[in-house]
Ligand binder design. Structure first.
Ligand code: PMP
Length: 404
């Protein structure tokens, strides 16, 4: 629609227009029931069938094996920073009941704003000690989160209860590479993970890259989580892919001394009840399903991966022009783990930056001011931002640079 802006917000971001039109109809009448989707019980056969379809759309497009269960939770990605610790510490307690807490270790790979929040939350919860596997700031010339550190910098514990990483750092614009080339220094160091200690407790925060491309070594993960509001739907639902050995009895673990876990946060409770233990975010799950159907019809994750790559290349090419002109600098240099989802850069002069943002708004391009704490400009180009829109944005940037 002509009155819609090009929305490059870091999240919530835009959704496919055809999906929004369809969702309007669903608000009035879901699946021929005569009841709108925001009004219908989550226990109706129609909704139960729908949530199964959404699960299946994720399972088939990401090749999720039967060893893993797909769940829908609330509380966003940020709540998972704590929830995953509670559940995996309960698992660890069942495996090693007699280990003193100071010998239980939670490993964190700290590559940006969100992984740092995650480790701080884990430290607050207690019950284990946190270990920084690597801190990307120590591998930065300016002590910032502007890189994926080299493989030889990682220091994993021998038998941790959890190994956490954030695949795409939304604020900083840092992302692991897609894993197709394990010798790429910005790939996740799967080959360095501790061996011979049973199934790995590997946890990936995919909140800002979920369904934007295939997930490398998905089957090796204990938990993958992603809040919906970047690539797949409205805020309010968080998708979890949990390996079945992590669906543990938290009450049995509590009897052995683990922290009690609210049942609404226990992965096993969610799994035992098909994600319907309590009322889920029905509307958010509905729209997520429409987005995933739309993605499948377009050609699925492999198709969108190719489009997303082209979109990012186009914007980074213009950023390069700005660098050559001496007015810009990218937050993350090429080859250091630049994100395909969040293109972050700084103008050398603050005044130019402000002019760039204000003038973009006048051109119908919105949501590009960087995170308030790190500033800069951030162009977020999730799945629903089209290649044509990216062309418009690139042309705007070029015109802006040309008149300087
Ligand atoms: N992790 C990442 C990578 C994110 O981008 C975000 C949200 N911006 C979160 C976690 C937190 O998610 P939420 O706001 O849904 O709690």
């Amino acid at each position: 629609a002509p009155d819609r802006a090009i929305n490059l917000s870091a999240g919530p971001c835009c959704l496919p227009e055809s999906v929004l039109v369809e969702a309007c109809q669903g608000l009035l009448n879901f699946d021929g029931t005569g009841i709108g989707i925001a009004e219908i019980s989550h226990r109706t056969p129609e909704f139960v069938a729908y949530i199964k379809e959404v699960e299946d759309l994720i399972r088939t497009q990401l090749d999720v094996p039967e060893t893993h269960t797909i769940l829908f939770a609330q509380g966003g990605g940020a709540l998972q920073f704590s929830v995953v610790v509670l559940n995996l510490l309960a698992r660890h307690r069942l495996l090693h009941p007699d280990l003193p807490n100071n010998e239980r270790v939670l490993d964190y790979i700290v590559t940006g704003w969100f992984s740092e929040i995650a480790i701080n939350e884990a430290a607050r919860l207690g019950g284990a000690r946190t270990n920084v596997v690597v801190d990307a700031r120590k591998h930065s010339a300016v002590n910032k989160f502007d890189n994926i550190p080299p493989h030889d910098a990682y220091n994993f514990s021998p038998d941790p209860a959890l190994i956490f990483y954030c695949e795409n750092e939304t604020v900083d614009g840092v992302q692991f590479s897609d894993g197709t080339d394990p010798t790429d220094p910005t790939s996740f160091p799967f080959h360095l993970l501790p061996k011979d200690k049973g199934l790995l407790p590997l946890v990936g925060d995919y909140s800002s890259s979920f369904m934007s491309r295939p997930i490398p070594r998905l089957a090796d993960h204990a938990v993958i989580f992603a809040s919906a509001q970047k690539n797949i739907g409205p805020a309010g639902v968080t998708v979890l892919i949990v390996r079945n050995d992590c669906l543990v009895d938290v009450d049995a673990a509590a009897k052995l001394g683990a922290a009690p876990v609210p049942h609404t946060l226990a992965y096993k409770t969610l799994a035992d009840n098909g994600s319907l233990y309590n009322t889920p975010s029905v509307f958010a799950i509905y729209v997520t399903g429409l987005v995933l159907r739309h993605l499948k019809a377009m050609g699925g994750v492999k198709y969108i991966d190719a489009v997303n790559r082209k979109k990012a290349e186009k914007l980074y090419a213009v950023v390069k022009e700005g660098v050559a002109k001496g007015v810009l600098r990218p937050r993350v240099e090429e080859g250091k783990g630049r994100s395909l989802m969040n293109v972050v850069f700084d103008f050398n002069e603050r005044e130019l930056q402000d002019r760039f943002v204000v003038s973009a708004e006048a051109h119908g391009i919105k949501g590009i001011r960087g995170h308030p704490l790190v500033l800069g400009t951030r162009l977020s180009i999730y799945n629903a931002v089209t290649e044509e829109q990216v062309d418009t944005v690139a042309a705007y940037m070029q015109a802006f640079l040309a008149q300087l």
